[in-house]
Design a protein around this ligand. Structure first.
Ligand SMILES: Cc1cc2nc3c(=O)[nH]c(=O)nc-3n(C[C@H](O)[C@H](O)[C@H](O)COP(=O)(O)OP(=O)(O)OC[C@H]3O[C@@H](n4cnc5c(N)ncnc54)[C@H](O)[C@@H]3O)c2cc1C
Length: 494
């Protein structure tokens, strides 16, 4: 059942209110709403305009800092930005948009309350739609992946992975079974983009450091494997810097396998397309992204990869009053030499697009002309672990410590709010003075288990079997997808 809610103010005498509905509280959702609340301050104050942000989480995640959060260099709370505080002139609705009927200007939204009440979703009306649900991990029908694979897109996954890696070291340290020990100390990462390389680089660094506190684990006992289907890694930093990154990782004993795919990870054995087999309890899947599934439940036009067809002005093609940007949007790259190129799904475009997006929404409300999004990709920076990095920005190539420093400086400057910048900087400075944190707080994921046992109940996850379960995949679970559900094949992005 769908019931109507969040209807607009129709009190006689009151001026009709224009509602801007923002779907998603990530980069695009947060920055667009932030810029809109600054530009439309007067209208918001007079109640002529309302900005409603629908987001499943009450925070925006700064994803480029997830690898550092996983390594324990930054506390998880500091890589997220509280939306209610930042968007203090907007209304925040914690929920998930399930469908959009743009012809009728309504979105179907499931909130925590509607789920609790069993009342079904609510209908939210709007006048202007900013649809920015981003992307999700692009999976392939690899046997065992849905059961044992770990994603790396959310803060829950990053922290879950950190706890999991340390737990594996605890298992290896306490078992007498060589097979279990080897599997626990083998970590397979699939995908050589930003997320995979940075996560592997940071975690390898953290785990190697942690071995000094284990009497029976030496750094060379850890086996790290990076599996990449193409012939290069980190395409964002260019070919030369990508080759450097491979040399740097191999020098650390990381097994980088190019032109190789993961064929299966059933029964905790990673089988690669080159025939090699790695018994392992850790398979991290970072092999690309695909647009958020909600886009298929709209009447808006999608391209062959499932991204929203957009114009350079960031409107959705062929319809009025619908806007998009970021990972979900196929925005033409007007700076590209070849025709038909789209802006790549990355934070660099996402953040810059929001500036034009907010300006264009305001211009359209005021009957002014729109402007195009024009930005040539300037290159990128990536961390390969503590004090190591690689960068190719504005034609300048950097590696090692200077690149790592640049990575930190760049992302710190991009981190929203002074509050978060200051906290992260303080953490980095303190970590220079003190030793790294090497504890696993995996039990936080099941806080009631101990009490359930003490109270004579049946623990939802028995304490003694904790290590048997595959690690949690936070966002998927919260969105009601069964952890063991079969992966969805993605014919789109190849
Ligand atoms: C580990 C990692 C490292 C990265 N490092 C870099 C980097 O160094 N440089 C770089 O340029 N890029 C990097 N990226 C990519 C960058 O983070 C993304 O391109 C950027 O987040 C895209 O912004 P977005 O707003 O489109 O999507 P997101 O930031 O993902 O936001 C989408 C939001 O929509 C919400 N949402 C989804 N479905 C719904 C729904 N049905 N209803 C309501 N809300 C919904 C989501 O919960 C989320 O809050 C990295 C990504 C990852 C995962």
């Amino acid at each position: 059942m769908v019931k109507a809610a969040y209807s607009r103010d129709t009190t006689p005498g009151s001026s009709p209110r224009t509602r801007i509905l923002v779907v998603g509280g990530g980069y695009v959702g947060m920055y667009t709403a932030l810029r809109l609340q600054q530009k439309l301050k007067a209208e918001l104050g007079h109640g002529e305009i309302e900005i409603l942000v629908v987001t499943p989480e009450a925070y925006m995640t700064y994803q480029p800092f997830l690898p550092e959060a996983a390594a324990g260099a930054i506390s998880p709370r500091h890589v997220v930005v509280p939306l209610r505080r930042v968007l203090n002139r907007c209304r925040i609705l914690i929920g998930e948009v399930r469908a959009v009927d743009h012809a009728k200007r309504t979105a179907t939204v499931a909130t925590l309350a509607t789920e609790e009440e069993g009342a079904g979703a609510v209908q939210v009306g709007y006048d202007e739609l900013v649809i920015a649900p981003g992307s999700i991990s692009r999976t392939l029908p690899v046997p065992g992946l849905a059961t044992y694979g770990i994603g790396f897109k959310s803060v829950e996954e990053a922290i879950g992975l950190r706890n999991h890696v340390i737990e594996q070291m605890d298992i290896a340290s306490s078992t007498r079974e060589p097979g279990l020990r080897d599997a626990a100390l083998t970590f397979v990462f699939v995908g050589g983009g930003f997320a995979g390389v940075e996560a592997l680089g940071e975690l390898e660094d953290m785990a190697r450091y942690a071995t000094r506190y284990y009497h029976n684990i030496k750094p060379e006992d850890l086996k790290w494997v990076l599996v990449e289907a193409s012939g290069r890694i980190l395409p964002e930093v260019g070919e030369e810097m990508g080759r450097y990154a491979i040399r740097e990782l191999r020098a650390r004993n990381i097994d980088v396998r190019l032109d190789t795919r993961l064929d299966s990870c059933e029964n905790r054995v990673a089988v690669l397309s080159d025939g090699s087999r790695f018994p392992t309890r850790t398979v991290v899947w970072t092999a690309g992204v695909k647009p958020a599934p909600v886009l298929c439940a709209t009447d808006l036009p999608l391209n062959e990869r499932g991204r929203l067809k957009c114009t350079a002005e960031l409107t959705v093609e062929g319809v009025e009053h619908a806007w998009s940007a970021g990972d979900a949007a196929a925005v033409p790259d007007v700076t590209a030499k070849e025709a038909g190129k789209e802006c790549a799904p990355n934070a660099q475009h996402a953040v810059r697009q929001t500036k034009v997006l907010a300006e264009n929404i305001v211009a359209s409300l005021r009957g002014q002309p729109l402007k195009e999004y024009v930005h040539a990709y300037v290159g990128s920076v990536a961390s390969l672990g503590l004090h190591r990095g690689v960068a190719h920005v504005y034609g300048r190539k950097l590696k090692g410590y200077p690149a790592w420093l640049m990575h930190r400086a760049y992302h710190l400057s991009r981190m929203p709010t002074f509050n978060r910048k200051a906290r992260i900087l303080a953490e980095w400075m303190l970590s220079g003075l003190f030793k790294r944190e090497i504890v696993s707080l995996g039990s936080l994921e099941h806080p009631r288990a101990e009490f359930e046992l003490a109270a004579g109940g049946v623990p939802s996850r028995p304490l003694e079997r904790r290590h048997e379960d595959p690690p949690p995949r936070g966002r998927e679970r919260r969105r009601g997808q069964a952890p063991g559900a079969a992966p969805e094949a993605d014919p789109g992005e190849g």
